[in-house]
Design a protein around this ligand. Structure first.
Ligand SMILES: C[S@@+](CC[C@H](N)C(=O)[O-])C[C@H]1O[C@@H](n2cnc3c(N)ncnc32)[C@H](O)[C@@H]1O
Length: 368
């Protein structure tokens, strides 16, 4: 596949669906905001007329990171009373940037830093984080959450699954190799655009030392469920065998060792450009929908009705992409609705163990 396949990827569901359904991703950032605040403290920015530039890479509609940025931007403002602050939202060209700006400017009725912190300039870029987003040495604070697992392209199809975590060893090795190359390149791109002393905060989906990853923390494995239900549509003649095989998340979940490798390797481009690891840790953030259901009880059907949209907000584009171009949009919608309908029915009938717990590897880097 072409190097820029990522640009045609459909991004998240638009019109605010993403933020509304993806409460857990917001919790990830809210809970770890102190890591960003501490990175700003270590950076010790001085006041003056120079722009303080931040990025939120792979921001989607910007709703989930809003409360974190409200805290971080206020923190920077307290240290630098007069510096103009730019916050550049980045995502893929098909992202719903209109929704991003509606969130930033408070048109959705939610709180925004624009009403709280003076001198903030929200901007946007549709350049992939696999490419250079900014001119060299112009970035003060780079940030990204729950996005770096999207690789430039799936390196091969996966015969019996939909995600590299369930792929056969040879297929998985190809995803890991692609993931390693893209990650080394992404860090090199960031190192080039950071100013000396700048910080880079990356909250990445990954695999922790206990082998846990998104939706696989001891209960029902979410990606195995996706694969089984998608295979069910194939076996029922609703999708073709080719469509099943062509459905692959263009993602790589990396281990902590894989994340830190280019930061420790003195010969890597990122290391040579001065990027250094300051902090790394893994955390699990509990699925808010499962937590509510388990702790407060309730109707399993209601649990399914809140749980399935959180899966759908980010996974739907991959299943749509797997369907044949010959199908009409209406036909595709029907198939996708019936797919998530089956997942909904499964959870409503047997809710125990279903949870999309988030597993992240948090990295803070500085440029020397
Ligand atoms: C799961 S969402 C995370 C959104 C938000 N950062 C959060 O944590 O809630 C992943 C985002 O990364 C974006 N993305 C995927 N590949 C990208 C790339 N190569 N460059 C920029 N953004 C990308 C997707 O379009 C999507 O909006």
């Amino acid at each position: 596949m072409a190097r820029d396949d990522t640009k045609r990827f459909m991004a998240m569901k638009g019109a605010g669906y993403y933020s509304k359904a993806t409460l857990g991703a917001k919790h990830v950032m809210d809970n770890a905001a102190e890591m960003v605040l501490a990175a700003v403290d270590r950076m010790a920015p001085v006041d003056g007329p120079e722009v303080f530039r931040c990025t939120d890479m792979g921001a989607a509609d910007g709703g989930t990171s809003m409360d974190m940025w409200r805290r971080v931007l206020a923190h920077i403002r307290a240290k630098c009373p007069s510096r103009p602050i730019e916050l550049i939202y980045t995502d893929l060209p098909r992202n719903d940037f209109s929704q991003t700006f509606q969130n930033a400017h408070g048109l959705t009725g939610e709180a925004t830093y624009m009403k709280e912190v003076k001198g903030v300039y929200p901007l946007a870029s549709a350049t992939s984080f696999h490419d250079a987003i900014l001119p060299p040495e112009t970035l003060d604070l780079g940030f990204s959450s729950t996005a770096s697992h999207y690789i430039t392209a799936a390196p091969c199809t996966i015969a019996d699954h939909v995600h590299m975590v369930g792929a056969a060893p040879d297929e998985r090795a190809r995803f890991e190799a692609k993931g390693a190359a893209d990650w080394a390149n992404m860090l090199a791109m960031r190192a080039n655009e950071m100013k000396p002393g700048a910080r880079l905060c990356l909250f990445n989906f990954g695999i922790d030392n206990e082998g846990r990853y998104l939706g696989n923390t001891g209960g029902v494995n979410m990606f195995d469920t996706f694969a089984a239900l998608w295979a069910g549509l194939r076996d029922d003649g609703i999708i073709t065998a080719e469509e099943f095989t062509n459905t692959n998340f263009p993602q790589c979940y990396r281990t902590e060792a894989q994340f830190v490798a280019p930061l420790k390797d003195e010969t890597s481009t990122a290391h040579k450009a001065g990027l250094r690891l300051e902090h790394v840790e893994a955390r699990v953030v509990r699925c808010p929908f499962e937590k509510d259901f388990t702790e407060n009880g309730g109707d399993p059907a209601d649990f399914a009705k809140t749980y399935i949209p959180t899966l759908r907000s980010w996974s739907e584009p991959t299943f749509v992409n797997g369907l044949s171009e010959d199908r009409s949009p209406e036909e595709k919608t029907q198939i996708i609705d019936s797919f998530y309908g089956r997942y909904d029915a499964l959870v409503a009938a047997t809710p125990e163990g279903h949870a999309m717990d988030y597993v992240h590897i948090y990295l803070i880097c500085r440029k020397i």
